[in-house]
Ligand binder design. Structure first.
Ligand SMILES: [Zn+2]
Length: 273
C-alpha cells in the first residue's frame, strides 16, 4: 500500500503535468460522478494537495476531486490519451493539454466542495500529515492525552494520530526512535517522545525525497555502490527479518501488530523504556 511519501510523489507528478492548465475532458467510471464531467471541463487545475494518503486535485471553480488509493489504486501520468498496458480498471482520467492523469483500481473517488471537504468523515479527522508537518506539530499530537495509553505499534497506523504513516514507516520510525512497539506514550520520557516526533518527520521526508529510502543515506549509498539490490539497502529494519541490525548486529525480529507485519531490533528497541 502506498504511504504518505508515495502519495505525495504521485501528487507531484500530477501537479507537474496539470497545474495551471485547462482541462479538456474528465472521465469518471462511477455513474454517480459522471454529472461532474461537464462542470470540470474547461476549468483549470490549481493545485494538487495531499493529506496523508488522501489526494485532492483542486480546480478553479472550487470543486476538488478527492481520491484515496486504498490497497490497489494507482496513478499514472502519460502523454494525452495514451493508456498503460494493465488489467486494472480505469476509474478516473483527467486529460489536459498533452498529458493525461489516470487513476486505476481506486474505489474511493469523489468530487467535493470546500464545505464537503471540511466535514468529510476521513479528511476532517486526520492527524498532522507526516510528510508536510513540522516536528513541533507532530510532538503536540504525540503528547495529546487521548493517545497516551495506546501502544505505539497500533497508534502509528491510526490516521487520526499521524496521517500518511503506513506499514514500512511505522517500523522504521520506531527503530530510529529506539522504541519498542508495545510502549505507550505514557511509558516514555519527554526525550523519547521528542525522538519519536523527530523520527516520524525526518523519515517521512527522507522517503519522499529519496524514492522510499528510509535508511541512513550514507549507509544506503555504500550498499548500493557495492551492488546490493534496493531491498537490501532501502530500510533500517522493515523487511529485514533475521538480518543483522545495522546498529548492533542483533537479528531483526518480525512480529505482527494490528494484523500487519512489523520488524524491530530487540536490543535497540527494549521493551522497558
Ligand atoms: Zn539493534
Amino acid at each position: 500500500m502506498p504511504e504518505g511519501p508515495e502519495i505525495r510523489r504521485a501528487a507531484d507528478r500530477i501537479q507537474k503535468a496539470l497545474q495551471g492548465q485547462a482541462v479538456d475532458e474528465v472521465f469518471f467510471a462511477f455513474a454517480q460522478l459522471q454529472r461532474f464531467a461537464e462542470s470540470l471541463a474547461g476549468r483549470r487545475v490549481e493545485t494538487v494537495e495531499t493529506r496523508g494518503k488522501g489526494l485532492l486535485i483542486h480546480f478553479d471553480n472550487r470543486l476538488s476531486i478527492y481520491s484515496h488509493n486504498q490497497l490497489y489504486g494507482r496513478w499514472y501520468v502519460r502523454p494525452a490519451h495514451s493508456y498503460p498496458r494493465t488489467r486494472r480498471q480505469l476509474r478516473l482520467a483527467i486529460h489536459c493539454g498533452d498529458k493525461s492523469a489516470l487513476l486505476y483500481s481506486a474505489s474511493e473517488i469523489d468530487v467535493l466542495t470546500p464545505a464537503q471537504i471540511a466535514r468529510h468523515p476521513f479528511l476532517s479527522r486526520l492527524g498532522p500529515d507526516v510528510v508536510g508537518a513540522d516536528s513541533a506539530d507532530v510532538l503536540a499530537q504525540i503528547n495529546a492525552a487521548r493517545f497516551a495509553r495506546r501502544q505505539l505499534g497500533s497508534l502509528l497506523l491510526d490516521q487520526h494520530f499521524l496521517a500518511g504513516v503506513g506499514n514500512y514507516l511505522r517500523s522504521e520510525i520506531l527503530f530510529v526512535a529506539g522504541l519498542h512497539p508495545r510502549l505507550r506514550p505514557v511509558d516514555c520520557s519527554a526525550e523519547q517522545l521528542a525522538s519519536l516526533a523527530e523520527a516520524a518527520t525526518t523519515l517521512a521526508r527522507r522517503s519522499y525525497r529519496h524514492n522510499g529510502v528510509t535508511c541512513d543515506l550514507r549507509i544506503a549509498g555504500e550498499l548500493k555502490a557495492l551492488g546490493q539490490p534496493r531491498s537490501r539497502y532501502r530500510h533500517w529494519v522493515f523487511g529485514r527479518t533475521g538480518r543483522p541490525c545495522r546498529q548492533c548486529g542483533s537479528a531483526i525480529v518480525r512480529t505482527s501488530v494490528a494484523s500487519r507485519r512489523l520488524n524491530y531490533c530487540p536490543v535497540c528497541q527494549p521493551v522497558k523504556a
